[in-house]
Design a protein. Sequence first.
Length: 569
Amino acid sequence: MAATMPGKRVRIGDLLVEQKLISEAQLQAALAEQKKSGRKLGRVLIENGFIGEETLLQLLSEQLEIPFVDLSRFELDPQLVTRLPETHARRYRALVLKETPTGLLVGMGDPTDIFAYDELVRILKQPVQLAVVKESELLQNIDRIYQHADRLQSLASEVGQDIADNAFDLGAMSRGTDQSDAPVVRLIQTVFEDAVRAEASDIHIEPDEDVLRIRRRIDGVLHEQIMDDKRIASAVVSRLKLMAEVDISEKRLPQDGRFSLKVGDKHIDVRLATIPTRSGESVVMRLLDHGNAIRRLDQLGMPADILERFRAIVHKPHGLVLVTGPTGSGKTTTLYAALGELNKPQKKIITVEDPVEYQLPRVNQVQVNPKIGLDFARVLRTTLRLDPDIILVGEMRDRETGEIGLRAAMTGHLVLSTLHTNDAVSCTARLIDMGLEPYLVAASVQAVLAQRLVRKLCPNCSTPVEPDAHELAWLRGLCDEDIDTSVFRAGSGCNNCNHTGYRGRLGVYELLETDTAVADALRRNDPAAFEQLARNQPGYRSLVRNALDYARQGVTTLSEAMRLTGAVD
């Protein structure tokens, strides 16, 4: 098979000394370490700080007369990349970059490895031209593109074969993942490893007509992977139900459970929910990473003015503080951050949650269980007899819970809770709609913090963009002042952000405080006056306006800010 290999051969160490990039003493020290460890000389030189990785790779590029490819900005074709099996890509530190008229361009961390080059030519069965790439970026892209796809398919086939052979062993499945070699256990472990690596918040296991879909929610967006054998769905779901200690024989009713596991160096709490569908049981798992669980208030990304005001509010001795927003908007993270700041030996804190998401030292955390009558209202009434200073109620769900919480706030307790409303202004109206007396709401509610999450622009590929006609019309309708349209940016997509243009999320906040005028309008149950006073309150700024500020700063896109308009309206 014909192949294209650079004609020059280089001895990296001698070349670096000759170019005065390292000293002879550094070379000898690196060679000695290489002999002991068996690692490649270039990697030893870089890790010891004798030379920068980019400097070394640029030199190799020049000497070997091959291109140096910046993978952070190079758009990879997953179908082309996976022509080289994952095991070989990892073994030879190689990635297929693109197809050319004369063969395949392959990036390598060490293009001087002649043995690896020969193996690549043999495996790919095409002429190979080499490029040099950063090894760290190469491995990151191998993780991103392959996502253990080969291993997942192989394990899925093993599970299918076990089922076909009637060798499906529930006894093996019920043992811990570190004690069982059952293919279904290894398959699930691999699914969790991929999800944690991608920083997914949820995993969806969905049986379909002929396939099993595994979807992961990353930065609020679902990404799909398909297993060709639907038969494995029952085995995967059964294993997960065993781990969550729910009834494995009950397949007609929804069930909830939770379990913990260790993935790499991370301890993950998993909340599991099942529901029967036409094609079998569907499972959704929320992943809670203990390492990212408790943040400080100043780590949430609140604007400085809102942070200062919210911090002052939660340090008041009594009153009700509500955090509102849809599911998945970060309400629990905000409340736990507030509790973390308030958690002192001098304060008695009790939480009433469904379920308890993260364990906090020194805090009495109660998980409700409606099946035995341990509901929010009952626990909350008992809590008031336990001499608390601060009470966290997971959610104001009904009139009874709301009334007890409001009265607790009026009688010298600080009460923190959540509510599902679109914005801060509509929150008190929701309490009154639940049947709570307006005078109680006016006397108890200190403040309402509304929040949403928007996707952050990828810092690696964001570029200036001009708003389109639709966006300009939205801006003109929202803003009275002239808008500088040159400040907006969008992500073009790169390997760092999986070609979405976004990487990570940040909170957008809206804080409404109950001052005397606002409280009077609430007490009179005058919604029009309340809304006007609230929106004209000094320091009040709406969610959409705050999101637009982030777009102006180039932190997110104009389309993300516009997305909040529909949610709030």
